[in-house]
Design a protein around this ligand. Structure first.
Ligand SMILES: Cc1cc2nc3c(=O)[nH]c(=O)nc-3n(C[C@H](O)[C@H](O)[C@H](O)COP(=O)(O)OP(=O)(O)OC[C@H]3O[C@@H](n4cnc5c(N)ncnc54)[C@H](O)[C@@H]3O)c2cc1C
Length: 472
């Protein structure tokens, strides 16, 4: 007979492990399966953590190069990629050790290094990759958190392109950086990678199909990030890539055409990187059909409590396509655990107001609705903007570009969105998220006290200014 667990969790990334840990803390038995044999999923293996480690090294290099600004001797340090990679791998190793301890301390949790797929709606077949054995288990609840994968472009030569794996994968990163690179895709992963590689001395061309990078984000934000990038990166928007070919020498030729008029374009570089977005990861051997779980190319459909059409099967994280970010996956995972423990009526639903950050130089964040999204929802809004560079902190750091913007519902006077570009923008997302989640008015936000000198003063002053002229 199949061994029975209260819950079986497929995938140990941000969508899977927070639910598993919460369930065992509540006394449930949980079997979790992931081929990586540890927690963290792709965020830790080749995503958020390693990319931000490389970005940190790249930013530090650019700060060292402008040491003059701080009255210090400028240091022209060539990028020692192998040492940057060692530092990045070290951060990942440290986090894996920490997660290993968490697993060891989680009584009731069994983690199998392997792959899992449905036998039917209640049973899962596990292939244990370490022990080289297969077995079947049953779960009163089953959580599918298999995440996402890089999108494939249907163009000739696509497989010759590198992707984020080549730059960030734990102990599998490419040993050398190319001299020059063409990056396909101006979403946040393409833009971030372009920014950090340029800071590390690589000559970067970033190609984007749409008229602007960071599609879907606030237009002023996207423009400001692009203008910042364009000081170090060649950014070409409105170009459809049609193929990648070896150039017969040391690199590749990327062929494309201008979307506006069809003009043929070509770009040559030692390497090409694909960053054409991410799609939910639903491998065929996962066997969702056998469990009766519906999905399409946008992912597994879930309700606000993370339940699929089969109510005891839940699907938090990237695999449902709702919001493909680690903190969103964690929040959805917590929702899934509460749905299991408390029932959907008591458990808090997933709300679509998670912040998104862009760790370019300058960095950016966005929370809630843009004016454009509000308009599509038939919601009248007004907006107010304040430059980041007027704050003491931006001036101390010598990073005075960018702005912060409030989007406020006309009828309610409540903040429905906040968007920022500039120094410490990513950190501002926490306060911005609270303001949007709590539905604060600018006056209420402006009545909070923010420490001086920090960039939070930009939010504070914007909110105070906006509350005094909210007659708009
Ligand atoms: C380059 C890059 C940078 C990023 N930067 C950020 C960032 O700065 N901030 C941010 O919030 N997000 C970032 N992300 C996104 C973030 O990595 C994802 O949103 C997050 O990992 C989603 O968690 P998840 O658990 O849903 O999926 P994943 O982390 O993808 O985890 C899914 C897990 O399921 C396992 N799995 C798959 N199939 C099976 C199976 N059949 N059986 C068992 N296990 C299986 C996989 O091995 C994987 O470990 C970045 C992503 C990339 C690629």
């Amino acid at each position: 007979m199949a061994q029975a667990y209260d819950a079986v969790v497929i995938g140990a990334g941000g969508g899977g492990y927070p639910a598993a840990l919460r369930l065992v803390r509540a006394g449930r038995t949980v079997l979790m399966v992931d081929p990586k044999g540890n927690l963290g999923g792709n965020c830790l293996f080749e995503g958020c953590v390693p990319s931000k480690a490389v970005r940190e090294a790249a930013s530090l290099k650019s700060t060292m190069e402008r040491a003059d600004f701080f009255g210090l001797e400028a240091v022209q340090s060539p990028a020692a990629w192998s040492r940057v990679v060692a530092y990045k791998d070290g951060v990942q190793t440290r986090r894996y050790a920490q997660h290993r301890q968490e697993v060891e301390q989680a009584r009731g949790l069994t983690l199998v290094s392997g792959l899992a797929g449905f036998v039917d709606a209640n049973r899962v077949r596990v292939q244990d990759l370490l022990r080289q054995e297969e077995f079947t288990v049953s779960g009163r609840h089953i959580i599918v958190a298999t995440g996402s994968e890089a999108a494939h472009l249907p163009i000739a030569g696509f497989d010759s392109a590198w992707n984020h794996h080549d730059f960030f994968a734990w102990k599998q990163t490419q040993p050398t950086l190319p001299e020059d690179i063409v990056i396909l895709g101006g979403g946040y992963i393409g833009a971030e990678t372009a920014s950090m590689l340029a800071d590390l001395g690589v000559k970067v061309t970033l190609l984007e199909l749409m008229p602007e990078i960071l599609s879907g984000m606030d237009q002023d934000l996207a423009r400001a990030v692009r203008e910042g990038l364009q000081q170090r990166v060649t950014v070409v928007t409105g170009v459809e890539v049609t193929g990648i070919e070896p150039d017969g020498g040391h690199g590749y030729v990327v062929a494309g055409r201008r979307t506006a008029d069809g003009t043929a374009l070509s770009y040559r570089a030692q390497r090409v990187m694909a960053a054409a977005g991410r799609v939910p990861h639903v491998p065929s051997d996962l066997g969702l059909e056998r469990a009766g779980v519906a999905y399409d190319r946008r992912g597994i459909a879930v309700d606000a409590h993370m339940r699929t059409g089969v109510p005891h099967i839940l699907a938090p994280g990237d695999v449902n396509g709702e919001s493909m970010l680690f903190h969103s996956a964690v929040a959805m995972s917590e929702v899934a655990a509460r749905t299991i423990l408390e029932g959907p009526e008591a458990g808090a639903p997933w709300l679509r107001d998670a912040p998104a950050t862009v760790f370019t130089r300058p960095e950016a964040m966005t929370v809630g609705l843009t004016a454009e999204a509000a308009r599509r929802q038939g919601l009248a809004v007004w907006e107010e903007t304040r430059p980041m560079g007027v704050e003491a902190w931006a001036q101390i750091r010598g990073e005075t570009e960018g702005f912060v913007k409030l989007t406020v519902g006309r009828a309610t006077g409540r903040i429905v969105g906040m968007h920022a570009v500039g120094v410490d923008a990513a950190a501002l997302s926490a306060a911005a998220h609270m303001a949007v989640r709590l539905g604060l008015t600018p006056g209420e936000l402006g009545s909070m006290v923010f420490a001086h000198p920090t960039q939070f003063e930009a939010l504070d002053r914007l909110a105070r200014g906006a509350s005094s002229d909210s007659a708009q």
